[in-house]
Design a binder for this molecule. Structure first.
Ligand SMILES: [Zn+2]
Length: 476
């Protein structure tokens, strides 16, 4: 079975599942997801899809229309997105294990599962995989192919997804408007130049595009503004001007020095991917009747998913529950409850939190966004908090507890150890060693160090018997 190890959902960062991959394999997955984020954040085509996605969430009235337009556009750029991402993965693998590249490509080609789709997507770029400048060529091709000039698309077409699709796939239009076709044409053009003895380092993809009659524009703030106005007119909606500069790349990253791609890479965040909530075996409510357990509350499709970890028995139950049920269980049991920060906020906004909050002894809030983007939030919520640290799944976890508060933040900084080390050196947190004694004093519930490890297991929905050794680390 091929497991999904990473995910990019047009947000300002990408996610990965720390349980599925380790070491180098994890790195390749992260390069794959970074490619998606990069292409969506730097091209007109990616920008439009990201903007429509965002709008569909904040505009419930036109939600379906907007979503369908985004879907049509995504489908016509699927090959290029997966192609470039897979190319990146293979390219990095080839640097580490040059002798394994051929068998790796063969495995992709002859696989019977989703990997076959990746092979089809990357096929056009494979001739460049052993070229020194292959990576640059692939990115140049993608930049141009996704640099579609939307000002030439007929008015009033976005509202009708069938018409939009018909327009994009029309053979007279594909060269100007369909990224997947532009990508294949360009890749072939580049390959022809290489066959004609041109050195890859001397190839200018924009010149080849010009010869092939492929026009493109680059994303900048003017273009963003124009594109937003276009969307505003097409859907006759009011848009906050701020949304114009909504971009899948956070400003912290755009403004930081160094290579954009590498800076984006560091934004990967270990987060339980949604599909995990669907695969844990179910139990029933009456079985949750123990003193010793941990409860994780998840909110999916306007429904609570309760995950109960019975630590004594080593069993995990997972099922959908009604609000009253959740409150009732929280009142009956004296146990810690874990929420992802996103869930916490959603429940708060929907007035579903107070009763739960009053019923539990302590909340653990897992910050499901990168440290760079959430550190302000923690700073606002705590005052010189205590923090302790341990590593699990090759990820350092930082527990941040303000003595006066009922909740404890859990943050990770998988790809940005330097940043966190700096904050610790600057006494942003008061780093303490964890001990049973410390926990007893600072948490109003009967917990020990082992329970904290179980909390991490609960966040990522690991089966309790799949445990790994955990050790404390020092990074300062
Ligand atoms: Zn992908």
């Amino acid at each position: 079975m091929v497991v999904e190890a990473g995910h990019f959902n047009h947000e300002s960062f990408y996610r990965f599942d720390p349980i599925c991959t380790r070491g180098k394999e994890r790195q390749y997955t992260l390069f794959h997801e970074t490619s998606h984020q990069y292409l969506y954040g730097t091209t007109t085509y990616g920008y439009i899809i990201g903007l429509l996605d965002r709008l569909s969430i904040i505009n419930p009235n036109d939600n379906i229309l907007i979503k369908s337009a985004a879907e049509v556009l995504s489908v016509n750029a699927q090959k290029i997105n997966e192609g470039v991402a897979t190319f990146f993965e293979l390219f990095m693998k080839a640097i580490d294990f040059p002798n394994e590249l051929d068998s790796c490509i063969k495995n992709l080609k002859w696989s019977e599962d989703i990997r076959k789709k990746y092979y089809k997507a990357v096929e056009d770029l494979l001739p460049f995989i052993k070229q020194k400048d292959g990576l640059k060529l692939a990115l140049d091709i993608a930049d141009i192919a996704l640099g579609v000039d939307f000002s030439k698309i007929p008015r009033n077409i976005l509202r009708n997804s069938k018409e939009l699709n018909r327009f994009i796939v029309d053979s007279d239009n594909v060269k100007q408007f369909r990224p997947d076709s532009r990508y294949s044409i360009l890749a072939k053009g580049v390959l022809n130049n290489i066959k004609n003895q041109q050195l890859p380092s001397e190839i200018c993809v924009d010149k080849i595009a010009e010869q092939l009659g492929i026009e493109y524009i680059q994303l900048n703030s003017d273009i963003q503004f124009k594109l937003m106005n276009w969307i505003r007119e097409e859907f006759s909606i009011e848009l906050d001007e701020k949304l114009c500069f909504y971009n899948t790349i956070p400003k912290q990253v755009l403004m930081s020095s160094g290579n954009l791609f590498i800076n984006l890479y560091k934004l990967g965040h270990p987060t339980p991917l949604d599909k995990r909530f669907n695969i844990v075996t179910c139990g029933s409510v009456p079985e949750i009747n123990r003193e010793q357990g941990i409860l994780l509350l998840h909110w999916q499709n306007e429904q609570f998913v309760m995950v109960f970890y019975d630590v004594k028995e080593g069993i995990c139950y997972n099922y959908e529950a009604k609000y009253d049920e959740v409150v009732n269980i929280c009142q009956r049991m004296n146990m810690p409850v874990i929420l992802l920060l996103n869930t916490y906020q959603l429940l708060k906004d929907n007035n579903l939190l107070t009763n739960i909050e009053n019923s539990v002894p302590v909340f653990f809030l897992y910050i499901d966004m990168p440290y760079q983007l959430s550190k302000g939030y923690i700073k606002k919520s705590c005052n010189k908090p205590d923090a302790f640290l341990f590593e699990h799944y090759e990820v350092p976890f930082l527990f941040v507890k303000d003595k006066r508060k009922k909740y404890c933040f859990i943050q990770t900084f998988a790809l940005n150890k330097d940043l966190m080390a700096k904050d610790i050196r600057n006494k942003y947190f008061n780093l303490v060693s964890i001990s049973d004694e410390y926990i007893r004093r600072n948490f109003s519930v009967n917990l020990n160090t082992e329970d904290l490890i179980n909390i991490v297991h609960a966040i990522f929905l690991t089966k309790l018997n799949d445990r790994e050794p955990v050790y404390e680390i020092s990074i300062v």
